[in-house]
Design a protein around this ligand. Structure first.
Ligand SMILES: Nc1ncnc2c1ncn2[C@@H]1O[C@H](COP(=O)(O)OP(=O)(O)O)[C@@H](O)[C@H]1O
Ligand SMILES: Cc1cn([C@H]2C[C@H](O)[C@@H](COP(=O)(O)O)O2)c(=O)[nH]c1=O
Length: 216
């Protein structure tokens, strides 16, 4: 049975790498996929992994109907054996419904990859719809780690290393960034709740004013 699978996790946990591996293994067996992406850090129409691999993909536009796109490809004589959608958190709920229709009406597997929650730990609308519609939600096995060593479950947005909680839901960026840029850091829930990034933990440890116990 074809499936809609949502591979989810924090930033930097290997989602795009897995997307590229799935694509590689299928194309090595002669299958042909349609690869959708949106706002990848590597630029328009790219699916990129921090391991250095990058490949071309279809950049999803505002309001684009993904079901119609796949049908058009097939009716123009193109092949589509499966569909991959990276950065799926940036798709709108209607586009997730269209991906579900690709599974149900065209009989293709659809593999979607994305972060579930934003820097405020609120669901992205596209990810919410994926959780609602997916046949399976898979959490990636390689754990991204918080600075404290615990499993990272949350995404923090940082400015100058400090966590911020105000701003637009979508700001394309990376976990490796210079100190004064907007960036991201993955944290465990405890440290996300306390807004304690690696930089603020380091500063607190160095400060003579801070008592060793802090509970919020
Ligand atoms: N230099 C490196 N050596 C080995 N693994 C790396 C290196 N840089 C990044 N990675 C791996 O790549 C992962 C990030 O992969 P990526 O597919 O870009 O993540 P995501 O799409 O989830 O943000 C990291 O969690 C780490 O496991
Ligand atoms: C938490 C959060 C992230 N983003 C952006 C930052 C990156 O461009 C992508 C995630 O990419 P990755 O391959 O999973 O690292 O999402 C955002 O726009 N808003 C957020 O709150």
């Amino acid at each position: 049975m074809p499936e809609l699978v949502f591979f989810s996790g924090t930033m930097d946990c290997g989602k795009s790498t897995l997307a590229l591996q799935i694509e590689h293994n299928r194309s090595a067996r002669g299958l042909q996929g349609i690869i959708f992406t949106r706002d990848d850090r590597a630029g328009e129409g790219k699916l990129s992994s921090r391991l250095g691999l990058v490949r071309d993909a279809v950049e999803v536009a505002d309001g684009q109907d993904l079901y119609v796109y796949v049908v058009d490809q097939l009716s123009q004589g193109g092949r589509a054996d499966y569909v991959i959608a990276d950065e799926a958190q940036f798709l709108v709920p209607e586009q997730i419904d269209q991906l579900a229709r690709v599974v149900d009406d065209l009989g293709l597997d659809v593999y979607a990859f994305g972060i579930t929650t934003d820097f405020r730990s609120k669901l992205f609308p596209g990810s919410q719809r994926l959780v609602e519609l997916a046949d399976r939600v898979e959490v990636l096995q390689v754990e991204a780690l918080c600075w404290c060593g615990a499993r990272a479950t949350h995404n923090a947005r940082t400015v100058g290393g400090e966590m911020v909680v105000e701003g637009a839901q979508v700001v394309v960026g990376d976990v490796n960034h210079s100190a004064d840029e907007i960036g991201y850091e993955v944290l465990c829930r405890r440290h996300h709740r306390r807004r304690m990034t690696a930089a603020s933990a380091r500063a607190a440890a160095l400060s003579p004013d801070v008592l060793p116990v802090a509970s919020t």
